[in-house]
Design a protein around this ligand. Structure first.
Ligand code: CP
Length: 304
């Protein structure tokens, strides 16, 4: 079990907690491939998905994860709720909690919302992405996928490419990779580089070409236009030339390199469509592993 009630970020996790989640996710993945993909572990527990931002993978995989463990899972949609009548976030959360629920999985555009909820929620709060702050369950499923495909995480060179400054996936991955003793390297235009990577001693590179020789893992990111006030690069064509990946560039990479992306992918921008056919593109494996890792997290936080 995790000795904590909430999961709001990788920053708060110790290495042994990350390792426990990854170990537990291995058992959960085996359940996903059974004929009857359901165990009674969380029977009687209620999980609410409270998403204030769009999601395909995270919301659906939390729902499937809860159902595989026999929990009741309710999806709250901000559009169509009483938020449109002026109800506050706090009132919304307190009213949902008053229906006696065990966990709230929350995604919000504002940094710190999951942490704020822990100050008044009795239910477990799980961060499914808060602004450009953290997306801890994405980093955990990414670490699980790296371990599954490469046999280890420690010592690997992981190039994280793209809009680092606006990406909660980048921050959570950098924190997780550092805790697991891998070497994250950030690659992107200077306008998309945050200051915190320097404070963490993370290496920088100025183009994908610079990291192809050494990278064991290439993690591509989407440009987070929704979090930018104005364009931060001259043209998409120029961005793709320096920070996009295609089959031709991959010929220069290590023979066992894997290509990752948290999704959604903007094909033709950060990834050329020919990378779809690349045999070590593990993007859909990440999605499958997302269910196993979220099952592990729900189990470790909620089972008594
Ligand atoms: N990776 C990720 O968070 O995808 P969604 O936005 O579809 O949940």
């Amino acid at each position: 079990m995790l000795k904590r009630k909430h999961l709001t970020g990788i920053a708060e996790l110790e290495r042994r907690e990350i390792e426990s989640i990854l170990e537990s996710a291995e058992s959960m993945k085996e359940i996903l491939h059974r004929d009857i993909k359901k165990v009674p572990t969380l029977r009687g527990k209620t999980i609410v998905n409270l998403f204030f931002e769009p999601s395909t993978r995270t919301r659906t995989s939390f729902e499937i994860a809860g159902k595989r463990l026999s929990a009741d899972v309710i999806n709250f949609s901000a559009s169509g709720s009483s938020l449109s009548k002026g109800e506050t976030l706090k009132d919304t959360v307190k009213n949902i909690e008053a229906m006696v629920v065990d966990a709230i999985v929350v995604r919000h555009s504002s940094e710190g919302v999951p942490h704020y909820m822990t100050t008044f929620c009795k239910a477990s709060v799980i961060n499914a992405g808060d602004g450009k702050h953290e997306h801890p369950t994405q980093a955990l499923l990414d670490a699980f996928t790296i371990k599954e495909k490469k046999g280890k995480v420690e010592g690997l060179n992981v190039a994280i490419v793209g809009d680092i400054a606006h990406s909660r996936v980048a921050r959570s991955n950098i924190l997780a990779l550092k805790k697991l003793k891998a070497n994250p390297i950030v690659v992107g235009p200077p306008t998309m580089m945050p200051l915190y990577t320097d404070a963490l001693g993370v290496e920088r590179a100025g183009s994908v070409d610079e990291v192809l020789d050494d990278a064991d893992v290439i993690m591509m990111l989407r440009i987070q236009k929704e979090r930018m006030k104005s364009p931060l690069f001259p043209s998409l064509r120029e961005y793709s030339r320096f920070f996009g990946l295609n089959a031709e560039k991959l010929k220069k990479a290590k023979p066992d390199v894997i290509v990752m992306h948290p999704g959604p992918v903007n094909w033709g921008v950060e990834l050329s469509p020919d990378v779809m056919e690349f045999e070590r593109n593990v993007i859909l494996d990440q999605v499958t592993n997302g269910v196993a890792v979220r099952m592990a997290i729900l189990y470790l936080l909620l089972s008594t």
